[in-house]
Design a protein around this ligand. Structure first.
Ligand SMILES: [Zn+2]
Length: 438
């Protein structure tokens, strides 16, 4: 990859006017972030999705956008009680050109314990705005809206189109959100995508590792617990599976490393988590006080969460697990198993030479006086749907907020970080849409 050094590159057009326009919107940015935080869009179950769409629709219509509310009818999670509403706003420039799309998820995760602030109060204290979703990612959504509004006001003769979408369910897979929009063709006329997830405002996130979930079941034969030799214990078979994983699989995964700049660094190896393990009797209900009965378990189930690297072939990832199970089978006479695939997403990583990466790179350099760090996320986010269904590979995550604060108690976003990242987004728009007419 070659990057034009800042010294040789021409300055970004309208940079001063854009900086002034962002600075003038400071109070507006704070109020907008607070308003968004005060709409408790909890997922699960999917609360207030229509309310936040209507709020955004009103705001963006006032800024000259054409707005569509899109319900993900028939998608996972969509019910009449909890309808999955998304909002897509589009504004055409005075002349033709590319379309830049900002996508933010509007859902937030559960509050959890340990808060000292009102999780839906939007309290501003010492330059920080507190609330569930402040950093992940209503701060990013607010910053992108301010960036776009400032750009439209400061650069009258821009070319192309700008879209802003607010989508649901990112925290639970994004199937009724970005995936639904991608399936309905919403990304067909889009050239550049920025997802303002909290990645720290001087870093560009190029993509994510792959994921594959599967359930392994081992089988046995039920018998009285006092005479286990008359049955066949599925849990012991599963124990043998875990043993084989410890001895051969985990060391092999750790030995695989990637050139992807994944953060944190521990995720630059292949990893696998055992998400759950269950064998024998079901867990007793809260009101049950009796002893469990004595039975040899005839089934044990394990859910594995395998995260893999761009250098790995998804078929090999699956074959590796089958090989573990076959090795156990060769050592245990009565061992039988089932392997069920649950879901998977391939790794994705946008090329550093892609136009959206280069524009944001230059904008970060102009704002922070240094080149950005490139990162890749250990887990997936909505970029997966844009790459996989939308077939668009000119997409990054870039936004304010500190990644480590996501999903934590007393989550906050810094006003300065939002302002500076809004500046970066506005300058990137100038790079992409304010150039001379073609
Ligand atoms: Zn997020």
């Amino acid at each position: 990859m070659t990057t034009v050094p800042a010294a040789e590159a021409p300055p970004i057009l309208h940079a001063e006017a854009l900086r002034d326009a962002i600075a003038a919107r400071r109070d507006d940015l704070i109020a907008l972030t607070q308003d968004l935080l005060r709409i408790p869009t909890l997922n699960p179950p999917g609360d207030c999705y229509l309310e936040i769409c209507e709020y955004l629709a009103k705001r963006l219509k006032a800024s000259g956008f054409e707005v569509q509310l899109v319900r993900a009818h028939g998608a996972k999670g969509d019910t009449d009680r909890y309808p999955r509403w998304n909002v897509v706003a589009r504004k055409e420039g005075p002349r033709g050109g590319d379309c830049v799309h900002f996508n933010s998820h509007t859902d937030v995760v559960e509050v959890g314990r340990g808060w000292t602030k009102d999780p839906f109060g939007g309290e501003l204290e010492d330059g920080r705005i507190y609330g569930r979703g402040a950093c992940d990612m209503k701060g990013g959504l607010a910053a992108s809206i301010i960036a776009v509004e400032a750009f439209i006001a400061a650069v009258p003769d821009w070319g192309g189109a700008i879209e802003i979408s607010g989508t649901v369910d990112e925290e639970s897979g994004g199937y009724a959100g970005v995936a639904y929009l991608a399936e309905k063709g919403f990304y067909q006329n889009v050239q550049h995508v920025i997802i303002p997830e909290p990645l720290n405002p001087d870093r560009i996130c190029l993509g994510h590792r792959g994921v594959w979930w599967a359930e392994i079941e081992t089988f046995g034969e039920i018998a009285h617990g006092s005479m286990p030799f008359l049955g066949d214990c599925a849990v012991r078979h599963m124990g043998a599976v875990i043993n084989e994983m410890e001895e051969t699989l985990f060391p092999a995964l750790f030995a695989k490393t990637t050139d992807m700049p994944v953060v944190p660094e521990g995720a630059r190896h292949s990893t696998m988590n055992i998400n759950s393990l269950h064998g024998g009797l079901p867990e007793p209900g809260k009101d049950e006080t009796g002893f469990p009965s004595a039975c040899v378990p005839d089934s044990a189930r394990m859910i594995i969460d395998r995260r893999y690297l761009i250098e790995e072939d998804p078929e090999e990832v699956k074959a590796e697990i089958r090989a573990v199970l076959e090795r156990v089978k060769s050592k245990r006479e009565t061992f039988t198993y089932a392997l069920r695939e649950m879901w998977g997403v391939p790794p994705t990583m946008t090329d550093k030479a892609a136009p959206v990466v280069q524009s944001v790179h230059r904008a970060i350099e102009a704002t922070y006086g240094r080149a950005p760090d490139y990162v890749v996320s250990p887990g997936t986010y909505d970029q997966k749907h844009i790459a996989r269904i939308g077939k668009l590979h000119n997409c990054i995550a870039y936004g304010p907020g500190i990644l480590d604060l996501a999903h934590k108690p007393d989550e906050w976003v810094g006003v300065e970080d939002m302002l500076r990242s809004a500046e970066v987004m506005a300058l990137a728009l100038a790079e992409l849409l304010a150039g001379p007419a073609a």
